[in-house]
Design a protein around this ligand. Structure first.
Ligand code: NAP
Length: 309
């Protein structure tokens, strides 16, 4: 392995440009050497149309960062692991649970690191919320994750296809925070999924969840929210009420704003990834994906108005 970890990135879309590039540039010990994308080129690094040609032409790459939508993720991850590369998966780690389990086994056989990243877990107030909730008696929790899909996901047709998750594409971020901060596993009791008649994935969903100890959790996800957007989680406890808002970046206890860490989700993810590689470890937590899969397994789909971008 190179002293500086040489990275190849696949799927040069919105999140790769907005977050991955600056975070890689700002992390000591990492260097982006190549990008593979069918329709885009990155300035200053080698560009390839697909992962296969990138891996063939760049044998010095140590790790591959996968930023494409979930549907083509497995094939790319498989190719990278077979080539002996460490792999960083954008969220969600795959389109299905079984494919991610296959990747875990393959990474182990190949002796390389596999990292399923959950960027919202690195939001500024999440660690503090987790520490505050530890030891508290939790009475109830709720999630309101409502955003305007036309603002945040314009032209992303893959979101509406099978394996694209629909409103769970952002909603899984809420579930990643919930499963991080609550001291107990969470399960799905029931789900209602509003699926536009011209789409395969839900535009809105309401989930009834509970902890193993039956603490009730209500979750509402909606892609049709115009005006103020909501990315909020509230928890009622014997110590008082906690509100994690703005996607985990602000924290209030009993209505009083708390001072929190700086916002640095992707820099934290890259430090974590570099550390895993150094230690020869993997980290793949499937809990958020499991909850989405369970919502599809036990949910009732309701056809709703057609959606046009
Ligand atoms: P995006 O803007 O649509 O970019 C994804 C890129 O992947 C595309 O530009 C495309 O580039 C490539 N790609 C490869 N195979 C594809 C396929 N079969 N269908 C569509 N594109 C394909 O999406 P994104 O917003 O960056 O999201 C990508 C992943 O990051 C998703 O899993 C998402 O959940 C996650 N994520 C997104 C955000 C966000 O705010 N947008 C935040 C955090 C995480 P080429 O056509 O050039 O190959």
């Amino acid at each position: 392995m190179n002293a500086v970890l040489q990275l190849g990135l696949v799927g040069f879309g919105k999140i790769a440009r907005d977050q991955h590039l600056p975070a890689i540039e700002g992390t000591v010990g990492l260097e982006l050497v190549a990008v593979a994308s069918r329709h885009s080129h990155a300035e200053g690094v080698s560009s390839y149309p697909d992962i296969g040609s990138m891996l063939d032409a760049e044998p010095g790459i140590d790790a591959v960062i996968l930023c494409m939508p979930p549907q083509p993720r497995f094939d790319a991850a498989h190719a990278a692991l077979i080539a002996g590369k460490h792999v960083f998966l954008e969220k969600p780690p795959g389109a299905t649970l079984s494919e991610v389990q296959a990747l875990i086994a393959l990474a182990e056989r190949q002796g390389v690191s596999l990292f399923a990243s959950w960027h919202s877990r690195e939001a500024a107030a999440v660690a503090q919320a987790k520490a505050w909730l530890l030891g508290a008696e939790i009475h109830s929790a709720s999630i309101a994750w409502k955003e305007d899909v036309r603002v945040w996901h314009p032209g992303q047709t893959w979101i509406w296809e099978p394996g694209g998750f629909g409103v769970f594409d952002p909603g899984i971020n809420a579930l990643s925070i919930l499963t991080e901060v609550l001291p107990e596993p969470v399960r799905v009791l029931s789900a209602e999924l509003d699926v536009p008649v011209n789409c395969a994935a839900p535009i809105a969903a309401r989930l009834t969840l509970a902890t193993g100890a039956n603490t009730p959790i209500a979750a509402e996800f909606d892609f049709r929210q115009t005006g103020p957007q909501s990315w909020d989680i509230s928890v009622e406890t014997d110590k008082g009420s906690l509100v994690l808002a703005n996607g985990g970046n602000t924290l209030a206890i009993d209505g009083a704003a708390q001072s929190v860490d700086v916002e640095a989700e992707y820099p934290r993810l890259y430090s974590r990834f570099a550390d895993l590689v150094r230690r020869g470890e993997s980290h793949v937590d499937l809990a958020p994906l499991q909850l989405v899969a369970d919502a599809f397994l036990c949910g009732r789909a309701r056809p709703t108005e057609a959606f046009y971008d």
